[in-house]
Design a protein around this ligand. Structure first.
Ligand code: SF4
Length: 378
């Protein structure tokens, strides 16, 4: 793996880079010898102007939402997280309501900056630039989804679940605005990281999508296979072979100045398949390419700011197992680690930098596999 691609403002201490990804749970596992809560994700909005085909939280989106918990309460709970390294802010579209931006997002980012905690927002970047500009001061990573070859793809995919999709021209204006916003924020020094899903629509065109992401000025391209969450359960599934072929296509055509971050892959270094192990080896050894271990439940919890409920992911598959009204986040994390479900994916092969499968991946492809008795084959 390369350690040369740097993507934070020049001179910033601990610049986010392929060798410095504090969202990866392997980081805390190496440091503390066990999983620790270092990352808290907060759901601050259930509103969104889009209804994407692949949206993992699409079934929770609403047109009107209730009030949120007081920010002071959330900040107190963050203060108690002893080893906090990163926070992520997600939705819906977190910036959809100006009041959420002003009263929650900007204060959370300031808190994080003062504490030396890194920050990410997941946004569709389709609102006016003015909505995003205040983020330049304190946000580390602007994370967007990008699965499109053109405005027509954006129109079809971005409003696939909308009861009243906008006309093509209106969607095209949003598409152009997203691209302009990404470019402007990148020019302003922000790390804009575009995520693509490898799915039935994108796998044959993933190289063309990559080129557009590079042209938008994004410094990182994050790539995940798409798995059926509640909202996307009826979409066609890709085989592991097709996923591997799409990854090969990307490796062959990628722009080497852009950090490629792969995540939630369905293959591991303990695989019985030599070709899957070989692909992982290439990913590990290719300059500017990383494979992030899955953070859900390994170093991260999700807090829903409307209810205070705490989840292991922001998807709805695993029910809430606590609430910040009554519990500290570190205590809830320990409770989660002791659960049968957490134990079912808890393995660690240091030589492969791997700490086990994602919960959804295990459920889909490895239901009968006991990872506790497997070992990386290097
Ligand atoms: S940590 Fe688990 S999933 Fe990863 S290679 Fe080892 S046994 Fe396989």
């Amino acid at each position: 793996m390369s350690h040369s691609t740097s993507v934070s403002p020049a001179g910033a201490p601990g610049a986010l880079a392929p060798d410095n990804d504090p969202w990866d749970p392997i980081d805390a596992l190496r440091r503390y010898g066990r999983h620790r809560l270092t990352s808290v994700e907060m759901t601050v909005s259930n509103l969104c102007n889009m209804r994407c085909e692949h949206c993992a939280v699409g079934d929770t989106l609403v047109w009107r939402e209730p009030g949120k918990l007081p920010l002071a309460h959330m900040l107190r709970r963050l203060d108690e997280v002893e080893h906090l390294q990163t926070i992520s802010i997600t939705g819906g579209e977190p910036s959809f309501a100006a009041s959420t931006m002003k009263d929650y997002i900007l204060p959370l980012l300031r808190y994080a900056r003062e504490r030396g905690v890194r920050t990410q927002i997941n946004s569709n970047l389709t609102l006016d630039y003015d909505r995003y500009e205040p983020l330049l001061a304190d946000l580390d990573v602007m994370h967007i989804s990008f699965n499109y070859r053109d405005a027509d793809d954006f129109h079809h995919i971005g409003f696939a679940r909308s009861p009243h999709p906008p006309p093509r021209e209106a969607a095209a204006r949003l598409y152009e605005r997203m691209i302009a916003n990404a470019r402007r924020l990148s020019d302003g020094g922000m790390l804009v990281s575009a995520e693509s899903m490898i799915n039935y629509r994108t796998h044959l065109h993933i190289d063309a999508i990559h080129r557009l992401i590079v042209e938008m000025g994004c410094k990182r391209h994050e790539v995940h296979p798409m798995y059926p969450s509640a909202f996307a359960a009826d979409l066609p599934m890709l085989s592991r072979e097709d996923m591997a072929a799409a990854i090969e296509r990307l490796l062959a055509s990628r722009d080497r100045s852009v950090w490629m971050l792969f995540g939630t892959l369905p293959f591991y270094a303990c695989s019985a398949s030599p070709s899957e192990r070989e692909l992982l080896r290439r990913l590990r050894e290719t300059e500017g390419v990383t494979v992030r271990n899955d953070p859900d439940g390994r170093n991260r919890l999700n807090v829903n700011l409307f209810t205070g409920d705490v989840f292991v992911t922001d998807f709805s598959d695993v029910p809430a197992f606590g609430n910040i009204g009554s519990d500290r986040l570190d205590a809830l994390f320990e409770r989660w680690l002791g659960s049968e479900l957490a134990r079912s994916v808890s393995c660690h092969c240091p030589a492969a930098d791997c700490c086990g499968p994602n919960l959804l991946v295990k459920e889909m492809y490895y239901r009968e596999t006991d990872f506790s008795v497997r070992q990386a084959v290097l």
